[in-house]
Structure formats: C-alpha cells, structure tokens
Design a protein around this ligand. Sequence first.
Ligand SMILES: Cc1cc2nc3c(=O)[nH]c(=O)nc-3n(C[C@H](O)[C@H](O)[C@H](O)COP(=O)(O)OP(=O)(O)OC[C@H]3O[C@@H](n4cnc5c(N)ncnc54)[C@H](O)[C@@H]3O)c2cc1C
Length: 386
Amino acid sequence: MATTPQHSPAHPVYVIGGGPGGLAVAASLRERGVRAVVLEKSDAVGTSWRTHYDRLRLHTTRRLSGLPGLRIPRSFGRWVARADVVRYLEKYAEKHELEVVTGVEVFRIDRAGDEWVLHATGGRRLTGSAVVVATGYNHTPRLPEWPGLDAYAGELSHAREYRNPKPYAGKDVLVVGVGNTGAEIAADLAEGGAGRVRLAVRTVPHIVRRTTLGWPAQRSGILVRRLPTAVVDRLGEVIARCFLPDLSAHGLPRPEKGLATRQREGAVPVQDVGLIEAVRAGKVEVVAAVVGFEGGEVLLADGTRIAPDAVIAATGYRRALEPLLGHLDGVLDASGRPVVHGARCPREAPGLFFQGFTNPISGMLRELAIDAEKIARRIARGAKGR
Ligand SMILES: Cc1cc2nc3c(=O)[nH]c(=O)nc-3n(C[C@H](O)[C@H](O)[C@H](O)COP(=O)(O)OP(=O)(O)OC[C@H]3O[C@@H](n4cnc5c(N)ncnc54)[C@H](O)[C@@H]3O)c2cc1C
C-alpha cells in the first residue's frame, strides 16, 4: 500500500486542522526543517477542546498525553482539565513557532501531478508538496435516522452542544448512547441537579476504572496492545470481575463480547468517571435503546414509551471526509475512513497522509504524537531524496 511520498521544497506541506493531531505533525516537520502550514477553519487552535463540556478532563495521564517536543506541565496535574488542554495547545503552537492560518477551511483536495491543490475559503487554491489531513475523528455530530425524528416535538440536542447540567436543573433528561461521552454526561446531570436521568443503552459497554490500585487503565491499554484478542478479552473479564461491581440488576450486565473484540469493532471501553456510582445509587436509570419518536414521545426497543423534558444524543460523530476526498480513487473505504493512516499513503495518492483517524485503547493523544513523528520522518525523507 505504501509508496514514497513526493515532496518538493518549492511548496510547503499543508496540514489541514489545528487540533492536537495537526499541530503535532507541523511541529515534527518543522523540527526536521520542512516547512509546514497549518490551515484551521475556526479562529484558534484546539477548537474541539474549547467546546467540549466543562467538567471534562483527560482520561489519559498527563505524562502519556503530551505531543512531541513539549511536555504537559506537571502543574496541570495527573488528569488534565479541558481548559488546561487548550492552554497547552496554545503554548505548543507558540513554542514551536508554527505557521497556523486560522479562518481557512479546506473544501476539496485534488492531485496535480506530483503535488496537491487545496481549494479553500475565499476561493484560495493552495499548492502543497504533501498534505496531511488532520480534520478530526469526531468531525460532524451524527444522529441515527430514527423514525419520527423530524416530527419530534420535544427538546433534542447532540452531545456536542452539552456544556454543563445547569440548563437541566429539575428536568427529566434522557441521554442516548453509552460511549465515554454519554456516560459522563449522564453522571454530570445526575450530580448536577437534573430531576431524573435515564440512559438509553443499545449495546452494554465495557466499563473500566480510570485507575485500579493507582495503575491507570491507559497503561494497561498500552501493555496489551499487541497481545492476541482472546488473551486481552480474558484479562479484561478477570479484571472486571475482581474490581467492578455487578450492575446486572441495574440494567448493565457484563458484556457478552470481550473488551478487545469490541475494541476491534470500534467500541472503546467506557472509563468510569462517576457512572458506576450513579447507576448503583439509582441516580442514572438504564433503559432500552431508542428506536424512534412519535409526537412528544420517545420509543424504546423494549416497547416502552417515555416523554422526557430533554433528549441528549451522545450518538457519536462522522469523519465527514467525503467532500474533501471522496472523488479520489482508493483513498476512503466504504465507511468513509481513510484506507491507511500514519506514515503510509494510499497507493493512488502519494504525498497524502492521515492523522488521527484511529481510536486506540492506548490513548489517542499518545498515538497522535507517535504518528506525527512517523509522518514527519517520512515526508522529510522524501524531501531529502530530491
Ligand atoms: C470528549 C472527548 C474526550 C477525549 N479525551 C481524550 C483523552 O483523555 N485522551 C486522549 O488521548 N484522547 C482523548 N480524546 C480523543 C482525541 O485525543 C481528541 O479528540 C483530539 O482532539 C483529536 O485531535 P485531532 O487533531 O485529531 O482532531 P480535533 O481536535 O478534532 O481537531 C481537528 C481540527 O481540524 C479543524 N478542521 C476540520 N475540518 C477542517 C477543514 N476542512 N479545513 C480546516 N480545518 C478543519 C477543526 O476545526 C479542528 O480544529 C477525546 C475526544 C473527545 C471527543
């Protein structure tokens, strides 16, 4: 699959996206003497972290979440707060003197011989020797195509819009989806004064403690990464039985499929930051999956109908790469994800790289940092070869 990227020093490398992934690649390129220009559609770096919910902290440790060439300050603590992630990213761009152009959105990427042409805001046509797409795994909020949704009379929002529990004080809220985001929002609402909190669960998740006996779950994720799936499934089961309460009576039985098997299917385990206690205490009630809407009611998979005051859909995101790249052969797979990532380019698209389109249990920031170096090495090698 991999081919040698074409790199002409006459044009910079364009990095699309000023999140941690894009910034890390740009810094790693600069470190190797390659000019990189980051194009960011919003007005600042780290936009996704500016808009996440208030109480969010990294669930990966500070030491294992830093990007190449700058550690996250010790003063930010072990579990770094959202606002401090933003401060760190600002500092990161400043320290590495990155060329970040904000307010420029790239709409389409075309190949032009050995180079790449980017179509961007204001009719810009930018030519790059290589392009790194770092537009984010969580790009566009996704809502399932629930029957009746269009006519639903109640209040419905996507988890991306959720900031804190204040607007929900005293209200009956249904959170849909039990990924990390849904689990944390449900716990936040329960702790923050919502009148009633229900959590609609389609597939029971694996839940892991952020730390067990002081040992972070992320470190386990790193250690077991290369072990066979069946071994990790078994380990996960043993650890869960030893350290997690049985929540079957509360609607969260132990999952049938193993932790690594689910991970391979794209479902990362839920890090517990309050859900277990909230479910145990009855402050978050687990209900069946949402299957549709009718008038002001929500229809659940077990046949019940409920009428919450508000529905928050924590139903994930789409990569939304099709407008940028869908017209290029051999770049995206059937589900719209890049066919390669990291230092590899699609065979038909030498010089086109992808950063941040995997979701590993070892921690995404850590993987972004590793892949940034690999991508930069690869591009720099191409540059020297000319
Ligand atoms: C709630 C939440 C918590 C997380 N917690 C952790 C954690 O604890 N530890 C961990 O390791 N990982 C965590 N992650 C995962 C991951 O580290 C983050 O999502 C991280 O921000 C990914 O960085 P990124 O640069 O790939 O994408 P993003 O941060 O999403 O950045 C993409 C950037 O690209 C810009 N952009 C998009 N399209 C265009 C375009 N066409 N033109 C120009 N600019 C564009 C966007 O404005 C954005 O600034 C978390 C994710 C979420 C959603």
